[in-house]
Design a protein around this ligand. Sequence first.
Ligand code: PLP
Length: 423
Amino acid sequence: MEKKAFVTKEKVQEIAAKYPTPFYLYDEKGIRENAKKVYEAFSWNKGFKEYFAVKACPNTFIINILKEYGCGVDCASKAELMLAHALGFGEGEIMFSSNVTPAEEYIYAREIGATINLDDFTHIEFLDSLTGIPETISCRFNPGGYFSIANTIMDNPQDAKYGFTKEQIIEGFKILKSKGAKNFGIHAFLASNTVTNEYYPELARQLFKLAVELRDETGCDIRFINLSGGVGIPYKPDGEPNDIMKIAEGVHKVYDEVLTAAGMGDVAIYTEMGRFMMGPYGALVTKCIHQKHIYKEYIGCDACAANLMRPAIYDAYHHITVLGKENEPCDHKYDVTGSLCENSDKFAKDRMLPKIDIGDYLFIHDAGAHGFSMGYNYNGKLWSSEILLKEDGNFNLIRRAETPKDYFATFDCFDILDSILKE
Ligand SMILES: *Cc1c(COP(=O)(O)O)cnc(C)c1O
């Protein structure tokens, strides 16, 4: 499938005149259509709720859009919880799926009414000693071994640091019940960025069977099953996108087969998707500011891996459109680079693209999730702005670019800050 930028060169020129590149651009129309579809797809399940994984795109304006469709939030740190609380998410709307959780974060999570999803057996005692056990509690499951779909290994949970073993979750539920828990949830995240409609149904089958077993063995009232994240997007143009309708149908079928058949037809399905909710609807827009001709041809951009680290750390593919040259032949081979003193700072290697000129705008696709949020300040590089392209074609700044003052702010307890900022 051809990948098309959701914005034209002319519009980017207009935006860049006001907010210089690099910037993240988000597509409000795409975000809305997709969120609506997710809720339609799972409408067969009365209690369905998507808890958007905040880490994927922790922007208040974006999260507020998702909130309109009924999304809650999935948090894993105090700062994420603070954001959720400030945006008005309350009881039943915040999932706290943390791990290696500091004491103060559990305390704060309880204060704001977040649902706690315990990552480990020892955290039962830990949480109990801090706040007591809440009436509603969830536990994260790790089945060990390999997770496969139709003979294809998707991931190996045995090497993952997360979750309770089978024995621990059975024992854990008994203990939690004895300490006053009444409403139970089960959670698992067994494979990341799955581009198949079979991931959720297969995961669901395992969790649904576990739910029946847990009810039978412990007598606990299982209220929700959280399929977590992991629904992927095709980063490459030849990839087939996931069909959320088919995915939800697949889960529905297994739900009837396993849960309804066992008299558990009132269990709510929760998801914690990040990438699927936002990935395709955000792009990093950067300008070509240099060209270099040595043993290879290099395009130098005003963005770098500090703005989008996925290519540098995962060797991830991100499609690039040279805006205004959508219909020109891709007859030039380039490495597209940023300015970090790190050779891994390349958005693309040996990529066939149209001839690029200085001043051209590059649209780096599928950066809406785990893009901006994974940014960092290496080499003194500053965080870019974030801009929302609205449905009506207008655009709004939704986060300003970082300035040197922000970057040096943590020296504010020393005299040096003033001298730096005077420079
Ligand atoms: C990261 C994460 C998610 C979101 O994952 P995606 O791959 O973006 O869907 C959901 N739940 C938990 C606990 C996570 O750590």
